[in-house]
Design a protein. Structure first.
Length: 338
């Protein structure tokens, strides 16, 4: 069994390269130096969220946590590369063994090693939207559905329905009822096409972007011999833009963090904008329910806007009854916003 590294209660280390108290404001410093355990960081707009995450990773590494024991999950490749670069710059060394990237890129990385357990070859191809559209059209043709007689949804719409279903862990029927009620009478045919599409992908050794998460989660749930090593490996998990995670992503995080419980999620419940693609802001609101021991940190100093703009923003935020109460404070002086 591989050696497990245990982070002791945080105390002043002997050889810190970075003066965290000087580089960060008081709230950022509290989050960056948080003790082990689940943490929820509510980072208001313009409050230095990326800076906080970057310094948190650097702080863990300076405490002696090996880079390969840290997993940083983001929503864009650009954000992941930027954070990895910043951490490397802070510590003055390359960190090739640090796991960082989008949910999909990490899923792809893991599936490349274990796809055979799910009926795929490890050299599976990843379909883009055009590839997926073409394959769905092929499935429609094979099903002999009379698309003209029934006003059947186009392949792009079918792809969106399938995607929402898997990302929210809902049946096609429920997705149709909630968002495509005008196709509800076609539930049986659409559900059949979803099955055909899934089987076609498997037999052609192809995955779409959703599969990189769906199959990653299935792999972890169904194969303990794969799940447990990754749970041991990722001793610290950090998640950016947590308010935009969907049910599938939330389940992946909870499963990976089940062993150590050292998960830090960062986000702003007032900035969730991706409900249309399955994001569920309740993930961030209910994080303390799923992790009763979680510590909550708020980062409320805004470095972008003037006091006048923040006064309006705070008034708008206050009207939201489902939120973590916060009040953005300006770092800038009054006057015109640049």
């Amino acid at each position: 069994m591989s050696r497990e590294y245990v982070l002791q209660p945080f105390r002043a280390p002997v050889h810190l390269q970075i003066n965290y108290a000087r580089e960060l404001n008081e709230q950022q410093y509290a989050a960056v130096t948080a003790p082990p355990g689940p943490s929820l960081v509510i980072a208001g707009a313009g409050s230095g969220k990326t800076r906080t995450l970057t310094y948190r990773v650097a702080y863990l590494l300076e405490q002696g946590i090996p880079p390969e024991r840290v997993l940083l999950l983001t929503f864009t490749n650009k954000a992941a590369k930027e954070m990895m670069r910043r951490v490397a710059d802070l510590l003055g060394q390359e960190l090739a063994s640090l796991w960082g990237g989008t949910f999909h890129s990490i899923g792809n990385r893991i599936l490349r090693h274990h796809a055979n357990l799910l009926g795929y070859e490890r050299d599976f191809t990843i379909m883009d939207r055009e590839d997926a559209r073409h394959l769905i059209n092929t499935c429609v043709a094979e099903s002999e559905v009379d698309v003209k007689a029934t006003r059947f949804p186009k392949a792009e719409v079918l792809g969106d329905i399938f995607s929402l279903a898997v990302n929210t862990h809902k049946a096609v029927r429920q997705i149709l009822e909630e968002q495509y009620d005008y196709f509800s009478h076609l539930e049986k045919q659409i559900a059949d096409l979803q099955q055909r599409y899934a089987e076609r992908k498997r037999t052609t050794n192809a995955m779409d972007f959703d599969d990189l998460l769906v199959l990653w989660l299935r792999l972890m749930q169904e194969h303990a011999e794969v799940r447990e090593p990754y749970q041991r490996r990722f001793q610290f998990i950090l998640v950016d833009e947590y308010q935009d995670t969907n049910k599938l992503q939330s389940d992946l995080i909870d499963l990976l963090a089940a062993r150590h419980q050292n998960v830090m999620v960062v986000g702003d419940d007032a900035q969730s904008i991706y409900a249309w693609r399955g994001a569920n802001y309740l993930n961030i609101l209910k994080f303390p329910e799923r992790y009763p021991q979680a510590k909550i940190y708020k980062i409320e100093t805004n470095y972008r806007s003037t006091p006048e703009i923040l006064q309006v923003a705070n008034a708008a935020i206050t009207a939201n009854v489902q939120q973590f109460a916060k009040e953005l404070a300006p770092a800038r002086k009054g006057g015109r916003s640049r």
